[in-house]
Design a binder for this molecule. Sequence first.
Ligand SMILES: *[C@@H]1O[C@H](CO)[C@@H](O)[C@H](O)[C@H]1NC(C)=O
Ligand SMILES: *[C@@H]1O[C@H](CO)[C@@H](O)[C@H](O)[C@H]1NC(C)=O
Length: 333
Amino acid sequence: MILHWIRAILVLAATGLRVVLDTDLGDDIDDTWALSALLQTPTVELRLVVADSFGAWSHACAVAKFLRLAGRSSQVPELAIGPQRVGRTVMETWATAQDLKAFPGQVRSDAPQAIIEQVQAAARDDVPLQILVLSPSFALAAALREAPWIAQKAQITAMGGSLWHGTNGTGPPLAEWSVKADVASSLEVYPHVSRLCPLDVAGTAQIDGAEFQELLNCQGQVPVVKALLEMYWAWLPRCPWRSPLDGPKGPADHARSSVIYDLAAATMLPVYSSEFMELREVNLTIDSQGFTHPDGRGGWPMVAGVSWRRQMEWEKTVVQLLCTRGAAAKVIL
Ligand SMILES: *[C@@H]1O[C@H](CO)[C@@H](O)[C@H](O)[C@H]1NC(C)=O
Ligand SMILES: *[C@@H]1O[C@H](CO)[C@@H](O)[C@H](O)[C@H]1NC(C)=O
């Protein structure tokens, strides 16, 4: 354990990881958990947030408001609005045009170009770049069409699909939303995914008990956690979907998170431990209905989380990370 820590600290001290986040924050609350974890990880350099999916403009408003609530008034990432600008979102009455107008950083409407420029910059500076995809990915698909070479210069980690299991991590595989909502974009993006967090693992990610209590306790000192919980309370009565609200640990409420799929995916980034999940190499295909098949002929090779190995440790670790930014390098193995 101790050796693990020392190695982790040395590795993390040497490099910060540049991250581009492709998100539909403002629909399900899990993106907000993922963004919070990134903000609390000193070795993550969040360069660009792409508000993607349907209703990208509304998602951008939600990102802007969340970052403000989280206390980010400077050193904010760029914010880019994806191509499907118009559409309803769950949190559309929570965040407004005013939030976007007040965003202290650059707001761009050319998301594919913003992605390409980040990859160009990382290639020029010869540093790694991760694109974390937590959303139907119109913008990233467009970027890949425009500049196919970016797939060689950036790594893609995605939450999506359902390999052997679906809802609750136990039900049969289903056509998972991010893939199904935009199969055409998924067919362009998934050939380049290197790490996948499907429902098999993501579908059981939930925090309750002493860990949730710790978040309640630390929110007074930690603006990111305060903002996260504030948005969560606002989201709970608005959420129209049963699966995130009715997780394996019990219903989402004031002492328990909903199913936080995207937080599981975020912690697959290489700045965190790879010990939490059982990983397996798969050859992925996507059919026209948006189902993902792990051993399809001619499939795209990638590493997928298929089950949990140390889920309790994962919960404790992410809560510690959220509550203690500076300690991240020590708690993340
Ligand atoms: C998930 O599992 C829990 C515990 O067994 C159950 O109460 C809940 O209804 C399930 N959720 C869904 C969406 O099936
Ligand atoms: C994936 O496909 C390649 C090439 O067809 C094959 O060699 C490999 O064994 C497959 N891997 C898995 C995990 O199915």
